[in-house]
Every structure is written in C-alpha cells, then in structure tokens.
Write a protein that binds this ligand. Structure first.
Ligand code: 6PG
Length: 251
C-alpha cells in the first residue's frame, strides 16, 4: 500500500484520538450522503471504540449527521446472543445506536449466535450484497471502522487464521483457537474494497504491535493480520494516541 492512500494521525491522548475519529467519521458520512444519498458503514467492537461512539452519540455530532440515511453493519461478532455483555452489536447499541435516529431496519447485526454459523455467515454476506452498492464485483462500504488487538488481529482476523487467506468469501465464521470460541468476521477482500477504512488504536499495550505495523521491514509484519488491511482503491486512516505510537518510527 502506498503512503498516498494512508493517513496517519497521532493524537496526544485517547480522548483526543476518539475526538479526531468522531469528527472524521462525521465529515465523511455527511460528505458521502450529500453526494450519494446514503452511507454504508461497518462498525468495530471491543473497548477502544466506546469513547468514539459516545462522542458520535453526543448532541453535536448526533444532530450533524443525517443518520436516517446510514446503513449500519458490523465487521465482526462474538459467538454470543445479541444482548450478551460480550456482544459487539450490544455494546454498539448501548453506546451509540440507541442514541441516534436510525431505524432498526437500517441496523444489521451479525448472528454469530446462530446454530449453523457457516450458514449465518453466508446469509450475512448476502445481506451485504443486497444492500451495499457493488463496485467491480465487491460491495463497497463507505467506511469500515476497525480496532487492533495487541496480537495484531483486526476484526476477528487472528494470526494464522484460515480466514486471512480467504479470497472468495466476504464473511466467514471459524473457531479461534487462542480464544477457544467461534467468531464471525469480514474477510480481507471485503475490508480492502472499502472506500475508507479507519483503524483506531490506543493504549500502551498496543505500542509494540503498532511499531511492527509501521515498520518498513517486511519481517516485522509477518503474521500480523492488521498489516494486510490495505484498501485497494480507498483510504486507510490510522488514528493513534501517543501511548500506542510511542515505539513506532512515525514520520
Ligand atoms: C472484537 C473486535 C476486535 C477489537 C480488537 C481490539 O470483537 O473484539 O472487533 O477486533 O477491535 O480486539 O479490542 P480492544 O479495542 O478492546 O483493545
């Protein structure tokens, strides 16, 4: 991926990084909707986005975006019921979506609690294909928000995962050995087809992995799933706080 389609932002604090990401998302959604009437977004789970979602749900940004024109998907999900405290959908509902004027029909949870996970993944892919505009032969999200684990996973693409090598399927479910649990996740072809990918990474515990990600040495990026996030024609926004960027050679 060239530096041309990557924008690196390092903010002093985790609050500042969340604030930057919130304003960037707001302006991207407003610009998209002004040009194309609708915006297609996939949200991330985990804990990092909490502050970002709370900002977006705040009075200023929640009224700035025509949220009724936004279709919301999820980049990955845990194998738990949607109302489980571990659910990415549940967390996003509580911190963001419950505070926005978005019709439930515009929010598309991954059913990673289904009995037949492979069928559920295939069904979710069909839902995406039926709603998100296709460019070339792939659905093109306007924005995919991602986080990163300290092991370099993103969405639920973990080191060594078969899903990392998937070239056809856009959504996959598989057993994650390190978690001992099933996960459902976007695959790289879908992620890298997006117009914009926003990777929000904060905290000292991510500093070593961020240094590997930003290293010019290919060996540093071996078995580092997040380094495969390279939007083909889109922009990658890498938004960090100083703690996460501390060990990286940031030019
Ligand atoms: C999930 C996320 C996952 C997350 C990373 C970072 O389901 O957990 O989608 O990819 O972004 O694990 O998690 P934290 O933000 O909690 O560090």
């Amino acid at each position: 991926m060239t530096q041309a389609n990557r924008k690196l932002v390092v903010e002093k604090t985790v609050e500042d990084a969340a604030a930057f990401a919130a304003v960037a998302m707001e302006s991207l959604l407003c610009e998209t909707i002004s040009k194309r009437a609708a915006a297609y977004v996939a949200l991330a789970g985990g804990t990092t986005p909490h502050m970002l979602y709370q900002r977006l749900a705040g009075a200023v940004l929640s009224s700035a975006v025509p949220w009724q024109n936004v279709e919301v998907f999820f980049g990955d999900e845990r194998n738990v019921p949607l109302d489980d405290v571990e659910s990415n959908y549940g967390m996003t509902q509580r911190t963001l979506l419950d505070h926005l004027p978005i019709a439930p029909s515009h929010v598309h949870p991954m059913r990673a609690d289904a009995g037949d996970l492979e069928a559920a993944a295939a069904e979710y892919e069909q839902t995406i294909r039926g709603i998100v505009p296709v460019v070339g032969d792939l659905p093109q999200f306007d924005l995919i928000l991602l986080g990163m684990g300290a092991d370099g996973h993103t969405a639920s693409l973990f080191p060594g995962a078969p899903a990392l090598r998937e070239k056809q399927k856009l959504v996959m479910a598989y057993h994650v050995p390190v978690l001992g649990r099933q996960r459902m996740t976007f695959t790289l072809p879908l992620i890298n087809a997006a117009r914009n990918v926003m990777l929000l990474v904060t905290g000292e515990d991510k500093a070593d992995t961020v240094a590997r990600l930003l290293s010019d040495k290919e060996t540093d990026q071996r078995d580092l799933p997040v380094s495969s996030v390279r939007p083909k024609d889109g922009m990658l926004y890498l938004i960090l706080d100083a703690a996460a960027a501390r060990k990286a050679c940031v030019k």
